[in-house]
Design a protein around this ligand. Structure first.
Ligand code: UDP
Ligand code: MG
Length: 326
């Protein structure tokens, strides 16, 4: 199935296109989002059916009821997966992928930021033989600080990561069924999807997509969530934090060897006393700081090992709502 322009593949009538989106307290956008996506899918005039899988990630603002009503209204097209509590974006995405049946699966946010206009180029590139087609964000209608932080994060992460990860690509992507299968087979609890997606390999490509503004201005990912996501990205795909402390350890060893030789020389040959108080204070506090930081870094890896060993499920499903067409 792989190949360039010459190896076209098409969605046959027995294929299925799934669109998956996680929702946490998005009641005001539940209906507009659903309608926008279903309209975009209709407009594509696919040769095969499609489905929309919405994951309710423990919402408490009425999203739950709104989605149940939508499942009735759009019978036969919608599957709603309610989780037992808010498990976080990464877990909700896993739940969505597990409940999608499509031969191709398009993953997107449900907050108006990801533009369904990308479906067409996504499917075209899949037709050209690509198993992963991700949206590469050209512009972001977001506050400049957040934009700058993301810009920096993607670049710093690409630099330390032990796999090559495309820049400016988030969750918004099309995944072929065989990629979904590989992602499902990965047992890890701390899941950074753009990293895992790059890690699986296959033929991947990006298409430029402008990132729209949020329908409301309140991101559901709090600073703490973004921090966790960033930490998961770094600690799941990089050993650079450990390497940095090995280098720091090596340098401070060399430094202290120099200091010892210097002190010995003066003690034995010049008889000049070395003034030690300030330098000792500086050295001890510096090394103490480095030590604690290094232990903290190791702790990050150990906490992640602990998460894996506990082997708790990534998410828990409360109920799945699906209404057939009749
Ligand atoms: N989301 C979720 N669970 C959470 C936080 C967010 O399912 O705990 C969903 C949210 O409803 C949205 C998507 O994940 O559809 C992206 O969230 P958000 O817009 O807050 O992230 P950002 O665009 O700021 O990265
Ligand atoms: Mg968003």
């Amino acid at each position: 199935m792989m190949g360039g322009q010459d190896m076209k593949r098409v969605l046959a009538g027995d294929a299925l296109v799934s669109v998956v989106a996680p929702m946490f307290n998005e009641v005001a956008n539940a209906a507009p989002f659903t309608e926008e996506v279903l309209q975009a899918l209709d407009a594509l005039q696919l040769a095969c059916p499609y489905e929309l899988v919405l994951v309710d990630d423990g919402s408490w603002d009425g999203t739950t009821e709104a989605l149940d009503a939508l499942a009735v209204q759009h019978a036969g097209k919608l599957r709603v997966v309610h989780l037992t509590r808010n498990f976080g974006l990464a877990a909700a995405v896993s739940a969505g992928l597990d409940h999608a049946r499509g031969s191709v699966v398009i993953l997107m946010d449900a907050d108006h930021q990801d533009d369904p206009a990308a479906f067409k180029p996504f499917l075209e590139q899949w037709g050209n033989g690509f198993d992963v087609v991700y949206a590469q964000r050209t512009v972001r209608e977001e506050n400049p600080l957040k934009r700058a932080v993301f810009w920096l994060f993607y670049r710093a992460f690409a630099w330390v990561a032990n796999i090559s990860i495309p820049l400016d690509a988030g969750n918004f992507a099309l995944l072929d069924r065989r990629v979904v299968k590989q992602l499902q087979a990965m047992p890890e609890r701390n899941r950074y999807l753009p990293g895992l997606r790059a890690w699986v390999g296959f033929k991947q490509t990006g298409v430029p997509v402008a990132r729209r503004g949020r329908y409301d201005k309140k991101a559901r990912m709090r600073f703490r969530d973004l921090w966790t996501l960033g930490m998961n990205a770094v600690f799941s795909f990089s050993y650079v934090p450990l390497f940095v402390f090995r280098i720091a350890g090596l340098l401070s060893l060399m430094l202290s060897a120099g200091v010892i030789l210097f002190a010995l020389y003066h003690r034995l040959f010049t008889g000049k006393a070395v003034i030690a108080w300030a330098s000792q204070l500086v050295m001890t506090s510096f090394l103490g700081g480095i030590n604690l930081l290094g232990i903290g870094m190791i702790g990050e890896y150990i906490a992640r090992i602990y998460d894996e060993v506990k082997a708790r499920p990534v998410y828990i499903v409360d109920r799945v709502v699906e209404t057939s067409r009749e």
